[in-house]
Design a protein around this ligand. Structure first.
Ligand SMILES: *Cc1c(COP(=O)(O)O)cnc(C)c1O
Length: 463
């Protein structure tokens, strides 16, 4: 995960890189179920299939690159979270990981709630029929227009992120003759063990109101006095791609401490606590994520124990997984364009997409796996770097991986675990067109977000 995995950088990597890819997997044709969507396998000819359809059929019909999303897997994972937390807790899917109207309908049908953090995400959710009371509105700088729209729509909660926003939301709600249910987002001073750019609960950051110095308590005090607000709870989100539950333990301890102070000072027991998202998934075979039922059990026990110690009734818990639901459900299908061996270094494999469809490698130094998808091969493994077609040397999709030595232009390769933060962070860099999202289920495929066209691009460019 971290930059320190390859301290010497690519220039010095004339031997096999240290860390995760010190040796090729025993069988390069194997597809580790940890990193691939549930219905992924190979057919009798060795072609990768998903939802009963081969990648060669998908490439022919929908072109490459394309995000291929396993609908059954998405529903399974959503349901697993829902079931694990039961009826005494709420699961909010974090829409920023990947949002489309089809996904909103799946979530609605599976009984999940939805987090949005912009007018655009709210519009998508509402237009797909998600009941407003099951939507939570997030963000550190919601515009007055966005707030008004959310209040008018009747969203179930707005998560307040600053002193100014407390006043702003109260004022807008009151002027509309409403009382808006709100949570207050605090930062508890926990730094989850994760990459610096995606850790969010240490206090030197833009989100939330610090617990330190009594600021969070002061925020609650002010919010409780405003007629436009119904303060329902405290929110804490400690980071992303977290495997270790101890960060949540410390966060819950501190949030419950605040609930206790509020009770002692104001005689009010806030009924809800939201512990955020950030649960990790397997990007490579080295990652070992926990199952939703283990996470639910651990979080519920932590909160119950802390509340008993503080003599508080256990509040209703909510969680906000994004990546952990959608991340593993999709892979990106690319066609190989060039294969360039650099003697003594590695082989550069160029695909027909790149940092415009997956910015995570460049942005977070994220690790990914990759497999030859259109066939199997018994050729010797070669060390590769999978790169895109952009005018930028940092345009890397998979930094270090092994693929069969006979890889050639025209082969299809697939990068798993690209369901979260890939399409949602996609750009038009170099005026490359954003790929479609194709969902597959029971032998049928359908486009849920279509491929961008040059016409789409030129429509925005008014000349
Ligand atoms: C990003 C975010 C999430 C989801 O994070 P994942 O790592 O995708 O689980 C949940 N809650 C908040 C407030 C977030 O900002």
């Amino acid at each position: 995960m971290s930059r320190s995995a390859h301290p010497a950088g690519p220039r010095h990597a004339d031997v096999l890189p240290e860390g995760h890819y010190a040796a090729p997997a025993e069988d390069l044709n194997a597809l580790d179920p940890k990193v691939w969507a549930h219905t992924v396998g190979r057919d009798a000819d060795g072609v990768v299939t998903v939802g009963g359809i081969t990648v060669t059929q998908l490439a022919e019909e929908y072109g490459t690159p394309a995000y291929i999303l396993d609908e059954a897997d998405f529903r399974d994972r959503a349901r697993a979270w829902r079931t694990a937390f039961g009826t005494d807790a709420d699961v909010f899917y974090a829409g920023k990981a990947f949002l489309s109207r089809a996904v909103v309908r799946w979530l609605d049908e599976e009984g999940l709630n939805l987090d949005v953090c912009s007018g655009g995400e709210l519009a998508t959710a509402l237009s797909a029929g998600m009941p407003a009371e099951r939507i939570a509105f997030h963000g550190n700088n919601k515009s007055p227009e966005e707030i008004e729209r959310a209040v008018r729509a009747g969203v179930g909660r707005i998560v307040l992120d600053s002193f100014q926003e407390i006043v702003r939301v109260a004022h807008i709600a009151q002027s509309l003759g409403k009382r808006q249910r709100v949570q207050i987002r605090i930062t508890v001073g926990v730094e989850a063990h994760t990459h610096e750019f995606i850790a969010t609960a240490h206090e030197d950051q833009k989100f939330g109101i610090p617990l330190a110095g009594g600021q969070a308590a002061e925020a609650v005090r002010r919010a409780l006095q405003l007629d436009g607000l119904e303060v329902i709870g405290i929110h804490s989100h400690i980071g992303s791609q977290i495997f270790d539950m101890s960060g949540f333990e410390v966060a819950a301890h501190r949030v419950v401490g605040l609930l206790k102070d509020i009770r002692d000072e104001h005689g009010v027991e806030l009924p809800e606590i939201d512990l955020g998202g950030g649960l990790g998934i397997a990007y490579t075979s080295d990652d070992d994520p926990r199952e939703p039922h283990e996470i639910a059990k651990a979080l519920t026990e932590i909160v119950t124990r802390e509340c008993e110690a503080a003599r508080l009734a256990t509040p209703r818990i909510s969680v906000e997984p994004g990546r952990a639901i959608v991340g593993p459900t999709a892979f990106t299908l690319y066609e190989v364009g060039t294969v360039k061996p650099l003697d003594g270094l590695r082989t550069y494999v160029s695909v027909d997409g790149g940092m415009s469809d997956n910015i995570r490698t460049a942005l977070y130094d994220a690790e990914y796996s990759v497999a030859l998808a259109s066939r199997t091969s018994d050729a010797e493994p070669m060390l590769v770097r999978v790169v895109g077609k952009h005018c930028e040397s940092g345009d890397i999709v998979v930094k270090d991986a092994f693929l069969p030595g006979d890889l050639a232009p025209g082969d299809l390769i697939a990068v798993p675990a690209t369901g979260a933060y890939c399409r949602s962070m996609a750009s038009n860099y170099n005026h490359v067109l954003r790929p479609p999202v194709v969902s597959v289920r029971d032998g049928a495929a359908r486009v849920i977000v279509r491929r961008e066209t040059e016409e789409d691009l030129l429509r925005l460019d008014v000349g």
